[in-house]
Design a protein around this ligand. Structure first.
Ligand code: ADP
Ligand code: MG
Length: 244
């Protein structure tokens, strides 16, 4: 027993957070405690819905999980490795190879076409040109964006950029998929198609964490992590839908 070290056993959780705190310092003596002592394990193959009211820390938590932001205190092990012991190069590598992101700021590369954006993670992975082409076309077909393959992200609507970000995330076949309000910019039909895709990725073995306050996602997620004021207030099976 005792404290976990710099690496966890191979059969350990894909995510382990131990006492994670994030403080944002403002201009004056203002500061925000966005995450307050969050201790959570996510097992390989879990499908977790992170919910809670606006401002409770969902996006901050996902940014920490995605290695886009560093916690103020506490420790994080990703795939059994202590993130605070990784070099910047190791962190960048883990971010691009181990994690698929569907975030609100789509992080699409403006100088690249839609096709090139989706191809990018596959290039990093060293996939062959034939494999890249098959995968990119498959992913763009799935989200209905093949007709826009040659366009640049800046010429697309927010909803279409969101779909390209989804195609890029699924094309990389990440073991861990992190999504922040993934249906926020989508019409209900595209939103349901996205939910279906994420369920299929999960069935294929991916670990999925979705931040949302959409009751449809919360009702269907096998596990539910509820945040309030940066604290975990419920950690377990999905709740029964409540009416009234
Ligand atoms: P949610 O995604 O659940 O709406 P966030 O994680 O975006 O919540 O925000 C949690 C809290 O941290 C909020 O009070 C928010 O204002 C604050 N916050 C988030 N990002 C920053 C930042 N970059 N600088 C200062 N405060 C921030
Ligand atoms: Mg948010």
């Amino acid at each position: 027993g005792g404290e976990a070290g710099d690496s966890l056993p191979a059969d350990g959780p894909v995510i382990r957070l131990q006492g994670i705190t994030k403080v944002f310092k403002g201009d004056a003596d203002e500061s925000t405690l966005a995450l307050d002592n969050v201790t959570v394990d996510v097992a390989r193959g879990d499908y977790v819905c992170i919910s809670g009211p606006s401002g409770c820390g969902k996006s901050t938590l996902l940014s920490v999980l995605a290695l886009l932001d560093t916690p103020t205190s506490g420790r994080y092990w990703l795939n059994g490795r202590a993130v605070d012991r990784m070099t910047p190069a190791e962190r960048a590598r883990a971010r691009s190879l181990d994690v698929g992101l569907i975030f609100q700021s789509f992080n699409l590369i403006g100088d690249m076409t839609v096709y090139e954006n989706v191809e990018y993670p596959l290039t990093l992975r060293g996939a062959s040109p034939a494999d890249r082409r098959r995968t990119v076309e498959g992913a763009l077909e799935r989200v209905g964006m093949m007709a826009r393959a040659k366009q640049r992200p800046g010429s697309l609507s927010g909803g279409h950029q969101q779909l390209v970000a989804v195609a890029r995330a699924i094309a990389g076949r990440p073991a861990l998929l992190l999504a922040d309000e993934p249906t926020g910019n989508l019409d209900s039909k595209s939103g349901e198609a996205l939910m279906q895709m994420l369920s299929e990725l999960h069935a294929g073995g991916a670990t999925v964490c979705i931040a949302t306050h959409d009751p449809r996602w919360i009702a269907q997620a096998p596990k539910h992590l509820r945040l309030f004021d940066g604290r975990v207030v419920a950690d377990g099976a999905a709740p029964q839908p409540v009416s009234g």
